[in-house]
Design a protein around this ligand. Sequence first.
Ligand SMILES: *[C@@H]1O[C@H](CO)[C@@H](O)[C@H](O)[C@H]1NC(C)=O
Ligand SMILES: *[C@@H]1O[C@H](CO)[C@@H](O)[C@H](O)[C@H]1NC(C)=O
Ligand SMILES: *[C@@H]1O[C@H](CO)[C@@H](O)[C@H](O)[C@H]1NC(C)=O
Ligand SMILES: *[C@@H]1O[C@H](CO)[C@@H](O)[C@H](O)[C@H]1NC(C)=O
Length: 460
Amino acid sequence: MSNMLRARRRLDLLQVVLFAAVLLVVVADAGVTSQYRRKLEATVEMPLDADVFRVPPGYNAPQQVHITLGDQEGTAMIVSWVTANELGSSTVMYSEASPDPEKMELRAEGTHTRYDYFNYTSGFIHHCTLTNLKHSTKYYYAMGFGHTVRSFCFTTPPMPGPDVPFKFGLIGDLGQTFDSNTTLSHYEANGGDAVLYVGDLSYADNHPLHDNTRWDSWARFVERSAAHQPWVWTAGNHELDLAPELGENVPFKPFAHRYPTPFWYSVRVASAHVVVLASYSAYGKYTAQWEWLRAELARVDRAATPWLIVLVHSPWYSSNGYHYMEGETMRVQFERWIVAAKADLVVAGHVHAYERSHRVSNVAYDIINARCTPVRTRDAPVYVTVGDGGNIEGIADNFTQPQPSYSAFREASFGHATLEIRNRTHAYYAWHRNQDGAKVVADGVWLTNRYWMPTDDDIN
Ligand SMILES: *[C@@H]1O[C@H](CO)[C@@H](O)[C@H](O)[C@H]1NC(C)=O
Ligand SMILES: *[C@@H]1O[C@H](CO)[C@@H](O)[C@H](O)[C@H]1NC(C)=O
Ligand SMILES: *[C@@H]1O[C@H](CO)[C@@H](O)[C@H](O)[C@H]1NC(C)=O
Ligand SMILES: *[C@@H]1O[C@H](CO)[C@@H](O)[C@H](O)[C@H]1NC(C)=O
């Protein structure tokens, strides 16, 4: 080895040592990678004869009942269900006054659809929109007239307004394992008013031939919550159900027949404006989703609905090795707008672990200026990944090392989060891991509103 080379080596070594020192400082300054060890058994799907999948008794009994918001203001609700034996009635009767289906005085006519998927034929899928509902009002409703009648109830969301409190559940990638059941049970125990669901519902596509009976069993599983409060749906990659080898070339076929919301849309609930984006629909410049989001952000009125929440399936800020950087192209396309709009929270799924970011943005880069590192930004949203619902694919326990400085807290456990909006300035965000009692908060922060009180709420 020449002297020169030897000198080079020493320099390299010095650089390594220096680099390690810098690294140590960075690590000390960075967030928490929770060392909590989840149970190590594999996730196991609940068997088809499990109690949660029970078909309701009675000929042609409505099953898989779920509701979602039917307009932007909380005065309409879409009721969906499936009948298995024959078409039956698409009528919903409803009432403020009477839980007795015979005495419900309001009536709405729905429509029905069905689809084939390889050698599976769905039941009759009914969708019926109840309109002109009053805010903050409990309604009883029933369907299945002519055969087996079932009845449920829901409470409409309050009239949108700046200080209207509301509690959302944040759930993603739920699937239908025993862990999924724990996640849903804990959410129910924590008592939210509506679920913001960030995609990947049944995981039917993980079964041979995309066994669509798993779409049916999933909807029976979540009925106990989704029939009584609106779930706001986001489309994930497991909704694609593309299988050219089975002759199935239409994306989102089962999902689109069963869940009646658009792929990108918005709802206003209490003091929140919720924007739902579609990670697997085109979002490049000039596409329909791009045009829509630009116009939609201009429509957001923070005086009326102070909290701006964005739902997306594939996260823009995730430091997990699984699905690493899959959300990057959408981040590049939309982050600038979301920061300019001073969004409060961006909720994603897809990665089967939990993570919360600091308020960061990465919008300074312009391809020649080299400013491509996320920086703390007061106007920026907090990003959370809650793809930890507990599905059959198991936990994503492969975080990148070291933890990047934008990441505040990350843990490879199943769970769900809640967002409790108190008024125009304060909301309490909490993540609950499944190994704890439902009420235990494993990661909780007070968020202050980016429009009304953009303080540094970002210390933890
Ligand atoms: C569909 O085909 C598979 C594989 O041949 C078979 O196991 C299953 O029973 C069939 N399902 C129906 C509904 O015919
Ligand atoms: C699912 O959870 C519910 C409520 O906690 C419980 O009653 C039910 O037995 C559970 N089912 C399974 C299969 O674990
Ligand atoms: C873990 O993540 C890294 C990227 O950080 C990736 O290169 C590696 O393949 C991942 N390992 C597994 C088992 O997925
Ligand atoms: C908003 O809620 C927070 C948290 O409960 C509370 O501390 C604050 O005083 C409230 N603001 C107003 C104006 O009531």
